[in-house]
Design a protein around this ligand. Structure first.
Ligand code: ASP
Length: 324
């Protein structure tokens, strides 16, 4: 009886400590893992959101880049992190595509995380090094078909958004190209600027400034309409690839088992961050908008991930390209 009583007291005090720490959350620095190298689109989006969340939470929110294997290394790191709200993951559509692309994943994308909310949905751009010969999308398609053994297409690893867009492009033109994987768009862009690689399909959050500055050449955007920041760049749909539309949605996650009070607090903070003027303005300059307040919620992100895994599974299975 005495032992039972002391076990009960210990259990109750553990619960109270958990509750107290959830209530005082956060009382130290939070780390958001970006599963790609620094300097890329996911990194750019995360740093802007982290800065605004930090203001709201009254604690530092720092970014750690864990690139490699199309985002699965960083996601795996967070899946096995302490579920206390101090280690988070900001990942994009790759969370859904890697669920099918990788035959062996160290985590189950649907069940290894708690959901915080959607962050943004970013269009892609089909771009090339600035001195690449073709001058428009139709010319590009003819050129790469005629030179398929020498044209190189960069991506940020299998499961990355750029990999997905590259696969869509190759399947739309019916021609496989030589692909070159990087740990993120940051290093891929460095090589595109240096002319070491020919082409890339990647988010506007990383290509807009380069296109505007003329340091890379743009052939198309993958949004349904042209973008205000890139008015001269046609949509893929209008320029020769009918139906070629894709948006790269991003979400914020915590490891499975993170207390609901903590994920709710983080979700409220994400909502505040997405209304922050600096975030709205900078996103607009980069060709995107923050997710709505309703979408910056755990339920919306969970529903999005579930529907996107189901949407991409048959497409990836039909392409038959997997990673081990
Ligand atoms: N944009 C990259 C991708 O293709 C990742 C990144 O560096 O943000 O998924």
């Amino acid at each position: 009886m005495k032992r039972l009583l002391s076990t009960l007291v210990a259990a109750a005090s553990l619960m109270l400590t958990g509750l107290a720490s959830a209530q005082s959350f956060p009382d130290r620095t939070i780390t958001i893992v970006v599963p790609f190298a620094a300097g890329g689109p996911t990194d750019t989006v995360t740093r802007l959101v982290a800065e605004a969340m930090s203001k709201d939470l009254g604690q530092q929110v720092i970014v750690e880049n864990v690139g490699g294997a199309g985002g699965t290394l960083g996601a795996g790191r967070v899946a096995s992190a302490e579920p206390d709200g101090y280690t988070l993951l900001l990942h994009h559509i790759g969370m859904a595509t890697s669920a099918t692309l990788y035959r062996k994943l160290a985590y189950d994308p649907l069940n290894a995380f708690e959901y915080i909310g959607l962050v943004t949905d970013v269009p892609m751009t089909i771009v090339a090094r600035k001195d690449f010969e073709p001058s428009d999308l139709k010319g590009l398609i003819d050129y790469v078909k005629a030179n398929k053994d020498t044209v190189t297409l960069a991506n940020a690893g299998i499961g990355a958004a750029s990999h997905l867009c590259g696969m869509m492009f190759m399947s739309a033109i019916g021609t496989p190209l030589v692909t070159v994987p990087y740990k993120g768009t940051g290093p891929a862009m460095t090589d595109l600027l240096g002319g070491q690689v020919d082409m890339l399909c990647d988010q506007t959050t990383n290509t807009t400034k380069q296109i505007q500055g003329g340091t890379i050449k743009a052939y198309a955007v993958t949004s349904p309409d042209r973008l205000a920041v890139l008015p001269d760049v046609p949509t893929a749909n209008e320029a020769g690839l009918p139906g070629f539309e894709v948006g790269i949605w991003h979400g914020l996650y915590a490891p499975k088992g993170t207390p609901a009070e903590v994920t709710e607090r983080l979700s409220r903070s994400l909502q505040v961050a997405l209304k922050d003027k600096n975030v709205i303005d900078r996103f607009a300059e980069l060709g995107t908008v923050p997710s709505s307040q309703e979408d910056a919620t755990p339920a919306a992100l969970k529903a999005k991930l579930e529907s996107e895994i189901a949407r991409w599974k048959p497409v990836i299975e039909a392409a038959g390209q997997y990673a081990d």
